[in-house]
Each structure stands twice: as structure tokens, then as C-alpha cells.
Write a protein that binds this ligand. Sequence first.
Ligand SMILES: [Zn+2]
Ligand SMILES: [Zn+2]
Length: 353
Amino acid sequence: MSQIICPKCGVKTEKLYKNTCRECFLKSFTLAELPLVLHANICAKCGARFDRNKWRDVGDLDEIVIRTVEDALLIHNEAKDVEIYVNPHQMTPHFYKVRVEVDAMVEGESLHQDLRAEVRVIRGACDRCSRMAGGYFEGILQIRATNRVPTAEEIDSCKMICAVMVEKLWKKGDRLAFITNSSDSKDGADLYLGSCNACRHICKSISNELGGSFTESATLHSHKEGKDIYRMTYAMRLPEFMSGDIILFKGDVIEIKNSGKNTKGISLSTGSRFLIETSGLKGAKLIANRKDAVAAVLVAVEGDDIMVLDPTTYLTVTLKKPMFFSSSAGSEIPVISTEQGLFALPEDSEHKL
Ligand SMILES: [Zn+2]
Ligand SMILES: [Zn+2]
């Protein structure tokens, strides 16, 4: 094998690395570089880190310091199997001393380098926290119900769904998913949200859980620097009838089981299942609720009919046998008294008397 002379030190070698012998190459090789002073920008309120023009939720301060160092660390691109160990040491809440060790393989040789840096922690307010503090909102979510006022329970459920969804979307990266304000009105409640995306998700979630539908509309809010500022309004409408409501619709008495895009129930008049598109329930009237049911003694069961003792008149009356009926004579069953007469209620696991 031919021998070459290293132009730097004059030693005879078989192979040149970047025009020098192996020894000279490794001597002049810088594995890693790190600025002596680094800055970590964090939000004083929520601890988010500002990095590459964006606020991100990273983790605790130690983790942010480690990431700040890792982001600033330059490793030679000829290094292979690189291992980095960052050891942050907090001196004050504003100042960290950091020791960094880098191990790597270069030209088949394992190299090690120790580095040191200072990280100065700069605290400010992130986009989310400053907007929240400033009362910023993009959308108003109005909680209403069709032809009635939502109950306090329903409004609480909607607010709960909203809180859960906002938390979920924030964790997924929608930093404007927050509630700025909420106000109760005589028609329901209004929630002010930082992001329209959140409004939409919350409305969908409310529709899934409580039924109802929503519409989206833009309204001119103000003029700012010659520009029209629009605000989005999300009108959430809970369904007119809720589970347990008993309605009169086209002469039929129906117990509502579920109401969303479609309304499902059981006809108390015929004992059959009832299903209709909710928008088609025009003219339906609320006449009672399962909560108003009273207990009546079952006298006898005959085919599709049952005989019960009317709890107000104490006369025996014949009623239509409800669906899923398993009671036997002598027991008490729930009945409901309406202007249309007395009706036996189907067994209901959720609303047992
Ligand atoms: Zn040399
Ligand atoms: Zn913040």
C-alpha cells in the first residue's frame, strides 16, 4: 500500500481525512457547538414556550430549558450514532446553568465533547393568556331550545360539554379554545369562545348528547382600521321535547324516548314505536311527563289489554297493554292521567317508579 505524507504534521499515513492524517483530522474536528448564552421565552401564566414563531405547550421549565439547549446545539453532520445528554441546573427562577455531553462516532472513532451554556428565562404572556385576559372572542354560542326555554339542568350539561371540549381542543393544539365569558339570559345562555372551531365542536357534541341542531351566522361586529370585523354566532337549539315528555301529536299520545335529528318514542295509544324527523313534529303539544306518573294496581292482563284500578276514581278501567310489559295482576304499574284519558307507561329502566 502506498504511503502518503500528512501536509500538516509530516507523518506517513495510508489515508487522508480532509487532506490530513487521521490524528490531525480528529484534532481539528469540532463535534458540537453551542452558544454560551441562550434565551427561553415562556408564558408566565400557563408556562407555554415561544419557539419558531409559535407558542406551544411543551412541559415544565426544566423540559423547556432542555429543549432550548437541544434546539441551539449544532452537531457536525459527519457525526454518527449521536447521543446527547443535557443536565440543567436551576440557579434562580430566571437563570439556569446547563452542562451538555455529546457522544458520537466520527470516521470510526468514538468522540466525546463537554459543553456548557447559560439559559436565561424570559417570562411574558402567550397569545392564549393575553387574549383571555383581554376578553377576546371569535364566536358566541347561544344555547336555546325550540318553543321553550332550556332547563337549568340542560344549561349546566351544555356548559359541562363546553368545558370538556375546550380542554380537549386546547390539548390538541387549538390555543384559542377557551371560554372568555358566559351570561345567562331569559331565553337560555350565551357562551363567548376564543375560537370558532371550538364553537362548532361544542355544538356537535351537544347535538350528539342532548339532541337538537345548530346554525352558524356571521354578524358585523365593528370596524377596526377600516376593516369590518365579523363575529360568528352559533345558535344551538335543543329539541322541543325531551326524553320522558308525553306529547299529543295528530291525535296520538306519545312518550318521547330520544330527540335529535329524529325523534323516537312509543305511542301510548297503540303500543307501537314512533319515529319521525324532528322537523316534522309541527303542532305537537306537551301534555305530561313521565315524572307525573302515579302507581295503579294492575287487576288483570287479557291479551293486548290490561285492567287497572284508576287511582283517582277507583274504577276498573281497560287500557292498552304497553310494550315490554311483564307485570302480573296484583302488582302496581305506572300510569299517567291526561285529558286524553289514562295510559299505562311502558317499563323504563331509567325512570322506574
Ligand atoms: Zn497529520
Ligand atoms: Zn399562557
